[in-house]
Design a protein around this ligand. Structure first.
Ligand SMILES: [Zn+2]
Ligand SMILES: [Zn+2]
Length: 273
């Protein structure tokens, strides 16, 4: 890493990734962001402390949507620390309705317009709409002068906005929620299986793998697979799906410096790009 890159490197850590909680740390020299806050305040504080970072440095929380696995720790976090919460109009409205108006969480809400960039914590951020069974669900493209990172963790399919923005990132955090056969033969009732595999549910291994192999061929260097299902997936299944898509579409695995399945409950290492 040269001096410029070292100075302006983006740091990334997954604190938790999956249906029992989602929270990601993205920092650089100018401040830090959290993407979602679906684990407890205590766990967020402890996790950041473990790699020498502080929640006081967090200037914004980018909120993908208001399912509980993405907001469980947000209210207490907002009571204790000062930051903006960036969310879509639909998610902001739903949260204003649900929480008392005098809560700091409500006062911290900032509505973002998909496709229109804004600056927070020294990052330029563009939100984009994805299809999921919570109205106003977003993915984010986060950039500084050194590199860019995109995240989409709850989406039933790769719609046109995700399709346009995800390939622009050098660092991609993409949902790989289920293995089709495990979902089909697993413990879930038919209505739930249908919900998950529908266009407004979650992204399967095969969909994520095929998209990356076909469309992320120029910039992508670091790939993190996220929001794996406990019941319907296994990291080995994710790896199999990617290996097979890489072979099918002649994507050279060696061009990726990082290919990691994020753990559902354990914090990842702190990566610097
Ligand atoms: Zn989720
Ligand atoms: Zn969700």
């Amino acid at each position: 890493m040269d001096l410029f890159s070292a100075l302006y490197a983006i740091e990334f850590c997954s604190l938790a990734s999956g249906s029992s909680g989602n929270c990601y740390y993205v920092g650089h020299h100018d401040g830090a962001l959290l993407i979602d806050a679906g684990i407890s305040l205590r766990r967020i504080e402890k996790s950041l402390r473990a790699f020498g970072r502080d929640v006081h440095n967090v200037k914004g929380v980018l909120l993908t949507h208001n399912h509980i696995d993405h907001i469980a720790g947000l209210e207490l976090l907002a009571e204790k620390y000062t930051f903006n919460i960036y969310a879509s109009r639909q998610v902001a409205e739903a949260m204003r309705e649900y929480y008392d108006q005098d809560r700091r969480l409500v006062q911290a809400l900032v509505e973002v317009v998909p496709g229109k960039s804004f600056v927070t914590a020294g990052f330029s951020v563009t939100a984009f709409e994805v299809d999921h069974d919570a109205p106003g669900t977003l993915g984010f493209h986060v950039r500084n002068s050194n590199t860019s990172l995109a995240i989409a963790t709850d989406l039933g399919h790769i719609g046109r906005f995700a399709h346009a923005l995800l390939p622009l990132a050098e660092v991609l955090i993409l949902e790989a929620n289920y293995d089709s056969l495990m979902l089909e033969t697993g413990p879930y009732p038919p209505y739930l299986r249908h919900r998950i595999s529908s266009n407004s549910g979650h992204l399967g291994n095969h969909q994520a793998a095929e998209f990356v192999a076909r469309h992320c061929r120029t910039r992508l260097k670091h790939l993190f697979l996220a929001h794996l299902s406990k019941e319907n997936n296994h990291p080995e299944k994710v790896t199999e799906a990617f290996e097979s898509a890489f072979e099918k579409f002649k994507f050279s695995r060696s061009r990726l410096e990082t290919l990691v399945c994020l753990d559902r409950t354990k914090r990842s290492g702190l990566y610097r790009f």
